[in-house]
Design a protein around this ligand. Structure first.
Ligand SMILES: [Zn+2]
Length: 413
């Protein structure tokens, strides 16, 4: 009997170690009004994780709060009379539900052919395999290259799509710099599919497209197997307990001036120095290699439905901000026309809060690209961080209409 009990305890330990996935039992997910002010009041509570970036005025932001911080969190909001709604009392349940939906999608996938389908989220290996498949199927227009390696040695593959000729205006698109934002690489892959064999082939006539669909594969794979809410890279830091840098605070343009942290345990840790991360360096070099013809740079994120242009490091605006605002609004109109999805258009620093060291500011300020946008795609709301797999298709389809407007705009430049 004693032996059996011992054995049982031993087995439980083994099971616990084998499935050491990060859990979020009892974590609360809150939607906070006036999140801009709230964020300041809440800054002394450690471990808050903003899922959607809070904006000024009454724009709500979604924030995940660890179980042991919820009392202090709610207390602060009540004292400050800031309204909030509890979206979920247990984030782990949301994650479990998302997982179930995902495995349903994979089971369905088993019955279909090998072609990319956009009814589930793909692994990094599958994404790279898809790029190679496109390159071998369309050798006249597609060129795949390795543009660097992640911290853990995964290959960062980019694709150039061009109908030939030289010196054409170019649109640069990247996705997945934040690991948990799964919908972003899906949009990038869909763009590749539509440019090569779908409804966007006409956009290749006068414009070249360079696309890096997964900037942060270490983080992405980590969200698939260990911690769904992981955002950063997976590099070692000065803290033994806390890995990873926010690669979107790691760019060398007004680095660490605002909205970034020097604490390795924070979600927005900027790194010990600018470009400490191999992923950020690879993206930097890839943009620079294309900077001569690049007229637009789009970086895909989730969530919150924002179309943000520079500057992000503070509330100031570039001289040509009206051009950026006009094109942003045209993108919004095109997306909205599909099924009503609406984006907020504005500068990062004004529409949201200042955050320095991001790839968008750097692309305009250093690489000199004119039309620069961070696209915060739609999120899952009650569903979790990202949309259920069944809703990938409608989102990638509507977003393509926004990207089409950018292609048309730069065609004559
Ligand atoms: Zn992001």
């Amino acid at each position: 009997m004693v032996h059996t009990r011992f054995l049982l305890a031993f087995l439980l330990v083994v099971v616990a170690v084998a499935t050491a996935e990060k859990r979020y039992d009892g974590y609360g997910l809150y939607r906070v009004q006036q999140s801009f002010q709230a964020r300041r009041f809440l800054s002394n509570i450690k471990g808050l994780d903003w899922w959607s970036r809070p904006g000024p005025l009454d724009t709500p932001g979604d924030v995940m709060v660890p179980k042991d911080k919820r009392l202090a969190f709610e207390g602060t909001l009540k004292t400050r009379r800031i309204r909030y709604t509890l979206l979920s009392d247990d984030v782990q349940m949301l994650i479990n539900a998302e997982k179930e939906r995902q495995s349903d999608a994979i089971a369905r996938k088993g019955k279909s052919d090998s072609r990319i389908t956009f009814d589930r989220y793909y692994s990094h290996d599958e994404m790279n395999a898809y790029l190679d498949e496109v390159a071998s199927k369309y050798p006249d227009i597609a060129k795949v290259e390795s543009v660097g390696k992640s911290y853990e040695g995964r290959e960062l593959k980019g694709i150039t799509l061009s109908s030939g000729g030289s010196g054409k205006p170019l649109v640069f698109v990247d996705a997945g710099i934040h690991a948990r934002e799964w919908i972003a690489p899906a949009v990038a892959l869909y763009l590749i599919q539509e440019l090569t064999e779908g409804s966007a082939q006409d956009l290749l006539k006068d414009v070249d497209w360079v696309i890096l669909p997964e900037v942060n594969p270490d983080g992405y794979e980590y969200t698939r197997s260990e911690d769904r809410m992981w955002r950063k890279t997976r590099s070692k830091t000065s803290s033994e307990d806390c890995l990873g840098v926010d690669p979107n605070r790691n760019f060398d343009f007004h680095w660490m001036e605002s909205g970034a942290s020097s604490d390795p345990c924070d979600e927005i840790f900027a790194g010990d120095k600018a470009f400490s991360e191999s992923e950020a360096r690879a993206l930097r070099d890839y943009v620079l290699a294309n900077a001569k013809n690049a007229k637009a740079y789009l970086t895909l994120h989730s969530y919150g439905q924002y179309l943000l242009y520079p500057w992000g490091y503070d509330e100031s605006l570039p001289d040509d901000w009206r051009d950026l605002d006009d094109l942003g609004n045209a993108m919004n109109d095109a997306i909205k026309a599909v099924r009503g999805t609406e984006y907020t258009v504005g500068s990062s620093g004004q529409a949201l809060y200042p955050a320095a060291g991001a790839s968008d500011d750097w692309s305009k300020g250093v690489a000199g690209v004119k039309y620069v946008y961070t696209v915060e795609l739609p999120g899952g709301g009650f569903y979790g961080f990202d949309l259920p797999a069944s809703e990938i298709k409608p989102v990638v389809e509507e977003t393509l209409q926004g990207l089409r407007v950018v292609g048309q705009k730069v065609a004559g430049m």
